[in-house]
Design a binder for this molecule. Sequence first.
Ligand SMILES: NC(=O)c1ccc[n+]([C@@H]2O[C@H](COP(=O)([O-])OP(=O)(O)OC[C@H]3O[C@@H](n4cnc5c(N)ncnc54)[C@H](O)[C@@H]3O)[C@@H](O)[C@H]2O)c1
Length: 344
Amino acid sequence: MTIKIGLMGCGVVADYGHIPAIKAVEELELTSIYDPDPARLREMQQRHGVGQAFTDVDAFFESGIDAVTLTSPAPAHTRNVADAARHRKPVLCEKPLSMTEDEGRSMIAAMADADLPLYVGFCYRFSPAALEIKRLVDDGAIGDVRSLRLIYNWDCHGKYYRPDPHGRPDHWVTDPRRDGRMAEGGPMVDCGTHQIDLAVWWLGSPIVRHHGHGAWVDDYHAPDHVWVHMDHANGAHTMVEISYSYGHTTRDKFSHFAYELIGADGMVVYHRNHGFFELRTHQETRRLPYSEEKEFVGMYRAFAEALDAGRNGHLCTAEEALRVTAIARHATDQVIAQRLAPSA
Ligand SMILES: NC(=O)c1ccc[n+]([C@@H]2O[C@H](COP(=O)([O-])OP(=O)(O)OC[C@H]3O[C@@H](n4cnc5c(N)ncnc54)[C@H](O)[C@@H]3O)[C@@H](O)[C@H]2O)c1
């Protein structure tokens, strides 16, 4: 039986990630889309050939959909989930789950009261490379995993020095998506939640202590280069480093994306920039099949199975996502508080 999906939020990630993935999964059909911006809505309806498009929330939910996927910005998630609960539709929500912990809890409560599942779209889990790391860790391939270094430094669409067409002084122009991500909490809350989630999921061990550090390369409320150090219940340590100002003003772009898992008997190293993915132990050095870090199709296969058979599989539950998001926000808030505190 085909499951009819509705999508709310016709932006960039819906365009390149979610909509193509939903269309690639046989059990799913994208029947309805919603966006408050009519121009964006029509453009996406035409580009992806979606049957029904709405700027009215209730009409969208009453259009015959079985489940909803939320690809709206984080500040819209709480209201979107409340509407889904009211209309009794299961939800797959983009990360970060919510802007505050209280909002996240209210979303979980609304869906639990309606007896409906709420999943969060941590698509990195479904990358074949991430799944391979999970298998290797579970199999003890590198012994006890004691230390993780998870890094994603990039420009988050950048900041450009532009000649002014009206003859006024030249000026800096920031990509509005970068401003949006910084307003939602900055790099640790946005991309960093993927890495924190991976660390907890790979090790199967919760975080018991964490501490944030940060730097302001640019002028936002949140720091734009953030580190979080986290101790797991099993004694392992994870360091996540995320920057949105790594070459953000340079003409030619840089990025640095790495997973490094260090165990008592070896290492797993993944470097996106070099397409490098290797297992090294005392017995062998093995090249592993490289894949990109994002995987939306696998996530939607899991969503289809969850809706059909009630099995979560590797999907991230809202409860897990709430813990991850709380760490990312708290670490960011710690950095802001340290900056504001008078120095001793
Ligand atoms: N998983 C990933 O790898 C990944 C990548 C990029 C973005 N994201 C997340 O996806 C979300 C969207 O990001 P984006 O880059 O596509 O943003 P975007 O700004 O390009 O698009 C957001 C869209 O949502 C619409 N919108 C605004 N208010 C809405 C509401 N109340 N209900 C429904 N739609 C509404 C906007 O009109 C816009 O079309 C963010 O939470 C972001 O953190 C995840």
